[in-house]
Design a protein around this ligand. Structure first.
Ligand SMILES: Nc1ncnc2c1ncn2[C@@H]1O[C@H](COP(=O)(O)OP(=O)(O)OP(=O)(O)O)[C@@H](O)[C@H]1O
Length: 338
């Protein structure tokens, strides 16, 4: 578990101090993945570097499994550093060492016995899908493979926290998917707590249980991704849910919100039951006609999530919408015909 409390970090500059983190508090429970998003300059990398103990905050606490790392010095600090691994955008591999040699490096530094070292390196290479590349050299690898070697190296000393600063920024879509697959396995198989700084919404969608939005050094939104997407005005919802106005079903809903329907609403549905069955059940139960005007489906982790704009006609449109709300759908009114 990572718990960040009221973290402040300023950098001196010619025009005065730059406040990179302005009282950041954040919790990432054990074994979960938290995505940190926000505009350029919001403070994301500074937060990642503070948690990875590469920057010392001016004030505040960073607790990992209960210990405040900000207060540590000397041997305690060195030992705490081994608990926290960092993967950056472009990781530097030692070109003269093989893939296995690169992954083994932290264990050599820690003087781990040769047999144990070998077993752990092979385990990690297996986890990142590169067991067959153990004897290859970094210049024989693709960018995505290099990034996976960096992840294996970061994890080989069994840290409890992995901090990844924009790990997919230099990668194409297919390679990103492979790296995300690896991060998913890291969470599932090693139980490591992961904090990922990212600009890529696919990272939030595919692997993050939680999200935090930073703006001008402050957290403006923070929580479980599935909770945030059902909150009105949520930035995370705006980033992750399908656009309602951009996608329209051909042949239906030509009069969108213009009076052709008794009610036009946006609906957010989370989970297999809601996405698959709630609308047909509600419309047949109350005998209303439903037209799909826009929106679509996405997947957050394993959970299907939909945002639809629908037009309803019939005598019982209000009761239908109440029924949908009571069964977990979030109803956001757009217009009402009167
Ligand atoms: N070492 C430093 N010295 C001076 N100012 C810094 C330093 N590191 C970061 N900053 C400043 O702190 C603020 C936050 O920077 P940071 O890199 O954390 O933002 P970010 O959200 O990661 O941005 P990006 O998405 O562009 O990487 C910015 O104003 C930046 O210029």
């Amino acid at each position: 578990m990572i718990s960040v409390e009221n973290l402040v970090k300023t950098f001196p500059s010619r025009s005065g101090n730059v406040v990179a983190l302005d009282g950041v508090s954040l919790e990432v429970p054990q074994g979960t993945v938290c995505g940190v998003v926000g505009q350029s300059g919001a403070g994301k990398s500074t937060l990642a570097r503070c948690i990875a103990l590469l920057e010392k905050p001016d004030s505040g606490a960073i607790r990992v499994d209960g210990t405040d790392l900000v207060r540590l010095n000397g041997a305690d600090l060195r030992s705490a550093r081994r608990q926290i691994a960092l993967v950056e955008q472009e990781d530097i591999l030692f070109e003269v060492r093989t893939v296995a040699g690169n992954v083994a490096l932290p264990l050599e530094v820690a003087r781990t016995a040769r047999l144990e070292r070998r077993a752990r390196v092979l385990d990690l290479l297996d986890l990142v899908g590169l067991a067959d590349k153990a004897a290859a050299y970094p210049d024989q690898l693709s960018r995505g493979e290099r990034q996976r070697v960096a992840i294996a190296r970061a994890l080989v000393a069994r840290p409890s926290v992995l901090v990844a600063d924009d790990p997919t920024s230099a990668l194409d879509k297919q390679t990103t998917a492979m790296v995300l697959g690896v991060l998913d396995r890291v969470r599932a198989e090693l139980g490591v707590t992961v904090l990922i700084v990212t600009h890529d919404m696919e990272v939030l969608r595919r692997v993050c249980d939680r999200a935090a939005v930073l703006e001008h050094g402050r957290i403006i939104e923070h929580g479980s991704v599935l909770d945030l997407v059902t909150q009105t005005e949520s930035r995370v919802a705006a980033m992750l849910l399908p656009e309602v106005s951009a996608v329209t079903e051909p042949g239906v809903g030509s009069g969108e919100a213009s009076g052709s329907y008794d009610r036009v609403v946006d609906l957010i549905l989370v989970g297999f039951a809601a996405v698959g069955a709630l609308l047909p059940e509600a419309t047949s139960r109350f005998r209303v006609n439903l037209a799909l005007l826009g929106g679509g489906l996405t997947r957050l982790g394993e959970t299907p999530v939909a945002r639809f704009r629908i037009g309803l006609t019939g005598e019982h449109t209000n009761v239908t919408l109440d029924f949908i709300s009571q069964h977990g759908g979030l109803v956001q009114p757009i217009s009402r015909r009167h």
